[in-house]
Design a binder for this molecule. Structure first.
Ligand SMILES: C[S@@+](CC[C@H](N)C(=O)[O-])C[C@H]1O[C@@H](n2cnc3c(N)ncnc32)[C@H](O)[C@@H]1O
Length: 283
């Protein structure tokens, strides 16, 4: 693996929030928990299968049309599985996260790949990336990925300006975000009406992976429209798996679950019930 540049310390220029004030959420303290809960089983497999299908076909076409490897940026990359696979396909990849612990794990998996990878790592809030990218003269990207980041930001809409600045004119944006409708639907199925009646409900903030400030699909779509993006494709991630309390029939066959998730991830109306939604858009 080639590591071109490495910032070992996260920037500390985000002010310490007063209690109840919103702040970007670093996963430093929950890196192990996240790895195990989100990617330790079928849930993670489904998430990655849908993202791979949506992104890799498009990135291959784009790279062929341009006649060169793509320049790709992953913000809030976490374990960066998709970004590392794109690097293994020969693209130039920049991987960013505010959490050093998350990127340590990502680097460890990149090191296991027996290939020379072109990856540059930046441990810092994405808000501090502009300055670092300017020094490296790689300010524009053909593909920017932001997966499960919006819902952990204090000011999620602000990331759109960052995308505008760093995407090439015909570049593509891959945004995946937690779908608040799935919270309501799952609690309806589970009979947790008390949670739905309680408008002040907040997940236990220390360890919970349920974001307290999710962004609705309509809101993300309105930002994309306001910033002149057009949706190329949209999918739901885990459109039925998380809703099934009884693992019967095909639910006992992980490959079959992934096959069905892939199929229904693109079909109306099911895709809009995904725990996460993925939108691939271009300007
Ligand atoms: C839910 S994880 C998603 C990780 C990965 N993209 C994925 O889909 O598996 C959210 C990540 O965003 C990072 N994060 C939060 N605020 C950030 C910021 N301002 N800049 C960069 N990363 C941030 C967290 O540290 C965490 O690793």
């Amino acid at each position: 693996m080639t590591t071109k540049h490495q910032d070992s310390q996260p920037d500390s220029n985000l002010s310490i929030p007063a209690e109840n004030e919103r702040a970007d959420r670093s996963f430093d303290a929950i890196a192990d928990h996240f790895e195990k809960k989100v990617y330790g089983g079928l849930k993670g497999e489904i998430r990655l299968a849908v993202l791979r299908r949506d992104i890799f076909e498009y990135s291959a076409q784009m790279s062929e049309a341009l006649g060169r490897p793509l320049r790709i940026l992953d913000v809030g990359a976490g374990l960066a599985q998709i970004a590392i696979e794109l690097a293994a396909q020969g693209h130039n990849v920049v991987i960013n996260d505010i959490s050093a612990n998350m990127l340590e794990k990502a680097k460890a998996s990149a090191e296991k790949i027996d290939k020379k990878l072109d990856i540059t790592w930046y441990v810092c809030p994405y808000q501090a990336l502009e300055e670092k990218l300017a020094q490296k003269e790689t300010e524009k990207f053909d593909l920017i990925m932001s997966h499960a980041l919006l819902e952990w930001l204090a000011e999620p809409a602000a990331v759109m300006d960052f995308f505008d600045k760093h995407l090439t004119d015909d570049g593509a944006l891959s945004v995946c975000f937690y779908n608040p409708a799935s919270f309501d639907y799952r609690n309806l199925i589970m009979g947790n009406f008390n949670l739905l009646d309680n408008t002040d409900y907040k997940a236990d903030n220390k360890k919970s992976l349920t974001p307290n400030h999710p962004v609705a699909k309509e809101e993300v779509q309105s930002w994309l429209k306001a910033h002149d993006y057009q949706t190329v494709r949209s999918s739901g991630l885990r459109v039925f798996h998380d809703y099934a309390p009884l693992k019967r029939g095909g639910h006992n066959d992980p490959d079959a679950v992934i096959r069905m998730e892939l199929r229904y991830s693109q079909l109306e109306p099911y895709k809009w019930l995904g725990r996460y939604l993925h939108i691939l858009a271009k300007r």
